[in-house]
Design a protein around this ligand. Sequence first.
Ligand code: ZN
Length: 60
Amino acid sequence: MGVDVKCPSCGLRFEMDQGLEIGDTTFCSECYTELRIIKTSPMQVEEILDQDDYDDNADE
Ligand SMILES: [Zn+2]
């Protein structure tokens, strides 16, 4: 059995493995956004934003 979560990026609802814990990561099967589990009951995820670059140094 999986648990239903909603992708915060595209809104797709999809199933994740139940054994996952807070801090574990996965990705959306629709938009491929990397997601991190922030809550397990109910399961809730947030987007993992690329934190390798410093904002004040961004060149885009
Ligand atoms: Zn998505």
